[in-house]
Design a protein around this ligand. Structure first.
Ligand SMILES: [Fe+2]
Length: 518
């Protein structure tokens, strides 16, 4: 493209945001569609992956029994973006064709927007109109942004509690929700059941779609999606507990398991405001890892800790997956990786060259060590970073060598709030603190028992706070001089009338690695 054309394009994009040509256009372009009996927008609306010039907007059509005749046909969906909450100032609109091959999901890569501001959006199809969502673009990359407010959440087993955390997040003034995995659960535990999954353990695309649709049936979850853009990665339960790359706990034939993984990834894409779906040429692969910036204040990487990892070390030959191991020599194999070579290289290159103040490393599990002393040696939980100790050491010594300051590692998965120091050699006072870790408790999933957790705390002085008995989410208030962390929590299980309170507050000061009690 010539520079003159580029200028013209930039100008037309800038004007299109404000020219106000959309109302006529939208009315004219509003495509014909069904006269719906039920609500095709019952799963709600969502937005995600904000950029300075745009955001991903999402919905998915669902078909009530009386509307089943429309299911086999492609449908045209109008998506409108507005500059104001009253929806009087149209900005842009798009007509998207969708059909059964993509579960009638709709993803709009909404570009041509202004940086650092709110927008409102809605979808329509035939006689039906969706709820209105609110979203936000990220600030311009060079802007000296003073503040970033994130709600960090993970692990929302539908059966084990209500989504009061989402209800509160929806009401808060946030820039985005950071969801770190276990969005759905494939399995059930009859001991902890406040409500019930429909159907059995999903394995096929239709079964994963039904499970996602049931989760999106929750009004608090829909409200939280409609209120804020989400930035997301996944953990294991979006496919199946403890999977690692091409292997599940049952040691299924990898070719068979990868077909299941492809079904789960496809259903995940169809239900989430994410830019990229499964690779059409290799549908068991889907890129979820991503990088985003928040002005000059912060840079954030979302990492994938499942798809590319090496299998867990020293597994039980009869039942694979996660396990506490002692005396496992395979852990010391330097070739083992949690992120896979390509993602690890991409991440470390970006991290060590970042010029922004805060470097936020969003990944699905706990990075600090949680092993305990046993008569046969120190134990390691082989599914988290303790199961990939040399890969962890590579990341942390890479940060140390690049003299990085202000790295915050953000995690989920373990169903407890954790504030911890990260050193190249865990729990070794002579190894300097390189980074700070904040792990958020689960929205609803049950945590480990207090006795075990007390032993873990006693054996790991780097862990400054760990509580597994409460559910909730974590607020991060990031400013140039420091980040304040508030664990918002309620006792397990989260009942529908539960109220969250501050469980603990921590501070991370700019220029000084490590968490401090506030
Ligand atoms: Fe979980």
């Amino acid at each position: 493209m010539k520079r003159r054309d580029l200028h013209r394009l930039a100008l037309s994009l800038a004007l299109s945001a404000w020219a106000g040509v959309a109302p006529v256009q939208a009315a004219a372009r509003r495509p014909a569609g069904p006269a719906w009996q039920g609500d095709p927008f019952a799963l709600g609306v969502a937005s995600g992956q904000p950029r300075p010039d745009g955001v991903v907007l999402w919905t998915r059509l669902v078909f009530a029994e009386a509307d089943a005749a429309h299911q086999g046909r492609p449908q045209s969906v109008l998506c409108e973006v507005f500059a104001d909450e009253a929806l009087r100032q149209p900005v842009r609109d798009w007509v998207i064709e969708t059909d059964a091959r993509r579960g009638h999901s709709v993803h709009v890569i909404a570009t041509g927007l202004q940086p650092g501001r709110h927008y409102w959006y809605r979808f329509s199809c035939g006689s039906a109109q969706s709820a209105t969502g609110r979203t936000r673009t990220s600030p311009a990359e060079g802007e000296r942004t003073e503040r970033l407010r994130i709600a960090q959440a993970s692990c929302q087993h539908f059966e084990q509690g209500y989504y009061v955390a989402h209800r509160e997040m929806a009401q808060r003034d946030l820039d985005f929700v950071l969801f770190l995995g276990d969005y759905i659960y494939e399995s059930s535990n009859p001991k902890y059941r406040l409500r019930t999954h429909l159907g059995g353990v999903p394995k096929t695309l239709d079964e994963y779609r039904a499970r996602h649709a049931q989760y999106k049936g929750d009004a608090d979850l829909r409200a939280c999606h409609a209120a804020h853009p989400w930035v997301m990665t996944w953990d294991d339960h979006e496919v199946v507990n403890d999977y690692a790359n091409d292997l599940d706990r049952d040691y299924s034939d990898p070719a068979v398991f990868l077909r299941r993984r492809a079904a789960a990834y496809q259903a995940y894409f169809e239900h989430m405001p994410v830019r990229i779906g499964p690779d059409p040429a290799a549908p068991h692969q889907m890129r979820i890892h991503d990088r985003m910036v928040w002005g000059q204040l912060a840079e954030l990487w979302t990492l994938d800790c499942r798809q590319y990892r090496d299998h867990q070390a020293c597994p039980d030959p009869n039942r694979g997956g996660a396990r506490v191991v002692v005396g496992c020599d395979a852990l010391q194999d330097p070739r083992r990786s949690m992120l896979g070579a390509a993602q690890e290289a991409w991440f470390m290159q970006g991290l060590t060259s970042s010029q922004r103040r805060w470097k936020l490393v969003a990944q699905s599990t706990q990075m600090s060590s949680s092993g305990v002393a046993t008569p046969l040696g120190r134990s390691s939980f082989n599914d988290a970073w303790d199961g990939y100790p040399l890969a962890r050491e590579r990341l942390l010594s890479g940060m140390a060598q690049a003299r990085l300051q202000d790295v915050l590692v953000l995690g989920g998965d373990v169903h407890m709030n954790v504030a911890a120091q990260l050193r190249v050699r865990p729990n070794d006072d002579s190894s300097p603190i390189v980074a700070s870790e904040i792990v958020t408790t689960s929205v609803s999933s049950r945590g480990m028992n207090d006795k075990l957790l007390a032993t873990i705390r006693d054996n790991n002085p780097d862990i400054r706070h760990a509580r597994a008995d409460e559910r909730g989410y974590t607020l991060l208030d990031i400013r140039p001089a420091g980040t304040s962390v508030t664990f918002r929590a309620t006792p397990h299980p989260a009942q529908n009338d539960s109220v969250l309170r501050d469980q603990a507050r921590f501070e991370v000061l700019a220029g000084r690695a490590g968490v401090q009690l506030a």
